[in-house]
Design a protein around this ligand. Structure first.
Ligand code: ASP
Ligand code: MG
Length: 423
C-alpha cells in the first residue's frame, strides 16, 4: 500500500487523557495529509508495572497464561480510548487487539516471538477509511490460540512487524525523547541527537542499555527492511532514522556511548579444564531462561590447573542464577562468588572496524580517572567494560568527551589520537 504509515506511541505518550488526545490529534494530522494510518499503542504510563504488581498480590508464581491475559489489557485500554478521541475529531477509527489484528506468535508466554502477521483484517479496515489502532505487545499463539505477550517494550516489535506486513513507508516510534542520542542526555547534558544510525549500531546500542527501542524490534526491522524513525511525541522536529549501513549521513569513528546500571557478575573458581565444563554451567542457566551477557574464561596457565569463568546477568536474575548453579558446586566448579552492584559502559561505532587503537584509548581514559575495569568484551563495532555501578555515570561522561561526541558537527571529523598500544 502506498502512503501507508505506522505510528507507535509509547506509554508516556498516552499516559493521561490529555496525552491520548494529543496522540489522536497527531494521528489525524497524518491522516489529513492523505496517508492511511495504523497506530500501535503501548499501555498507559505505569499500567504494565501495576498489572504485574496486582498479579503478585494474589499469587507467588502467577500462571504465565493468565499473566498474559492480564498484561494484554493495558494496551487494549489505550487503543479503545484513542479510537474514541479520534472519532470525536471527525475521523473513523477502530481498535483491534493483537489477536484481532492477526499477530501470530509462538507459545512462550510473557516473551513470545511473532511468527506471522495475518494483516487482512487491518487491510480491510483501512480500505473502509478507518484509522486502525492495534494493541501493542501482544498476539495470539498459533496452535493453542492463547493470548501471548512479547516481553517488556514489545510494542515496538508489534509496530515494526505490522509495518513489515503492510509494506508501510515508515514505522514512526513516538516517544518521550526526541531521538537516539550520543549518550543518555540525563547523564551527558550536551549529548547530541543523531540524524541517522545504522541497524548494526542500533542493535548494539539496544543490547547494551540504550532504552529507546526494544532489541527485537531492531532485529525484525533489519530482517524485513523496515525504516524506523524514532521521534518525540511532544515536538514536531524529526528524530533519528535507523538505516542500512552505508546510508548513514555521518561516518564517525564512534557513534555513541551507552550504559547499564543493572548488571551483576558471577565468578566461578576451580572450573575443570576439560571439554564440557562450560557447557554444563551454561546449560543450567539456559534451562531457567537466564540471559547471560558477557562471558570471560581463560585457559589455566599451568598444566592441570583449573580455569575461572566470569559472566554477567541482569541483576534481577542473579538469585535465579545462583539457585541454578549451586547444585553443581564441587562438580562443575569449586567456588561461586557474586557481585551485585555492577554496571557496564559501552562505546559503539561502525568506524572502529577499520581503526586500531580505540580499545586502548577507552582503557586509558578510564584508567586516568581510576575507574577499575572488571571485565571487557568486544564486537567488531563495540567495546564494553563492566565496572562498579557507581562509577558508570562518570565513565559515560569521560568517554563521551574523550571521543568528542558533543556539539554539532564534531562527530563527523575524526581527530587522530595517540594510543599506547593497539588491540
Ligand atoms: N506495556 C509494555 C511494557 O511496559 C509494552 C511496551 O510498552 O512496549 O513493557
Ligand atoms: Mg514501553
Amino acid at each position: 500500500m502506498s502512503g501507508l504509515i505506522v505510528m507507535k506511541f509509547g506509554g508516556t505518550s498516552v499516559a493521561d487523557a490529555e496525552r491520548i488526545k494529543r496522540a489522536a490529534r497527531r494521528i489525524v494530522d497524518k491522516r489529513e495529509l492523505g496517508n492511511r494510518v495504523v497506530a500501535v499503542l503501548s499501555a498507559r504510563g505505569k499500567t504494565t508495572d501495576e498489572l504485574i504488581a496486582m498479579a503478585e498480590e494474589v499469587s507467588d508464581a502467577p500462571d504465565p497464561r493468565e499473566m498474559d491475559m492480564l498484561l494484554s489489557t493495558g494496551e487494549r485500554i489505550s487503543c479503545a480510548l484513542c479510537a474514541m478521541a479520534i472519532n470525536d475529531l471527525g475521523h473513523r477509527a477502530i481498535s483491534l487487539t493483537g489477536s484481532q489484528a492477526g499477530i501470530v506468535t509462538d507459545e512462550s508466554h510473557t516473551k513470545a516471538r511473532i511468527i506471522d502477521v495475518r494483516a487482512d483484517r487491518i487491510k480491510a479496515a483501512l480500505e473502509e477509511n478507518n484509522v486502525v489502532l492495534v494493541a501493542g505487545f501482544q498476539g495470539v499463539s498459533g496452535t493453542a490460540r492463547n493470548v501471548t505477550t512479547l516481553g517488556r517494550g514489545g510494542s515496538d516489535t508489534t509496530a515494526v512487524a505490522v509495518a513489515a506486513a503492510l509494506g508501510a513507508e515508515v514505522c514512526e516510534i513516538y516517544t518521550d525523547v526526541s531521538g537516539v542520542y550520543t549518550a543518555d542526555p540525563r547523564i551527558v547534558p550536551d549529548a547530541r541527537k543523531l540524524a541517522t544510525v545504522s541497524f548494526e549500531e542500533m542493535l548494539e546500542m539496544a543490547a547494551s542499555g540504550a532504552g529507546v527501542l526494544q532489541l527485537r524490534s531492531v532485529e525484525y526491522a533489519r530482517n524485513h527492511g523496515v525504516r524506523i524513525h524514532c521521534r518525540s511525541s511532544f515536538e514536531e522536529a524529526p528524530g533519528t532514522v535507523v538505516v542500512a549501513e552505508g546510508e548513514t549521513m555521518e561516518q564517525p569513528l564512534i557513534t555513541a556511548v551507552t550504559h547499564s546500571t543493572s548488571e551483576a557478575r558471577v565468578t566461578l573458581i576451580g572450573v575443570p579444564d576439560e571439554p564440557g565444563a562450560a557447557a554444563r554451567i551454561f546449560a543450567a542457566l539456559a534451562d531457567v531462561s537466564i540471559n547471560v551477557d558477557m562471558i570471560v574464561q581463560n585457559e589455566p596457565s599451568s598444566a592441570g590447573g583449573k580455569a575461572e569463568i566470569s559472566f554477567t546477568v541482569p541483576r534481577e536474575d542473579l538469585r535465579a542464577a545462583r539457585a541454578a548453579l549451586e547444585p553443581l558446586t564441587g562438580d562443575a566448579f569449586v567456588e561461586l562468588h557474586t557481585y551485585e552492584q555492577m554496571g557496564k559502559v559501552s562505546i559503539i561505532g561502525a568506524g572502529m572496524r577499520s581503526h586500531p587503537g580505540v580499545a586502548a584509548k577507552v582503557f586509558d581514559v578510564l584508567a586516568q580517572e581510576g575507574v577499575n575495569i572488571d571485565m571487557i568484551s568486544t564486537s567488531p563495532i563495540k567495546i564494553s567494560c563492566v565496572i562498579d555501578r557507581d562509577r558508570v555515570a562518570q565513565a559515560v561522561q569521560l568517554l563521551h568527551s574523550a571521543f568528542e561526541l558533543s556539539g554539532p558537527g564534531t562527530v563527523a571529523e575524526e581527530k587522530p589520537f595517540k594510543a599506547r598500544q593497539t588491540l
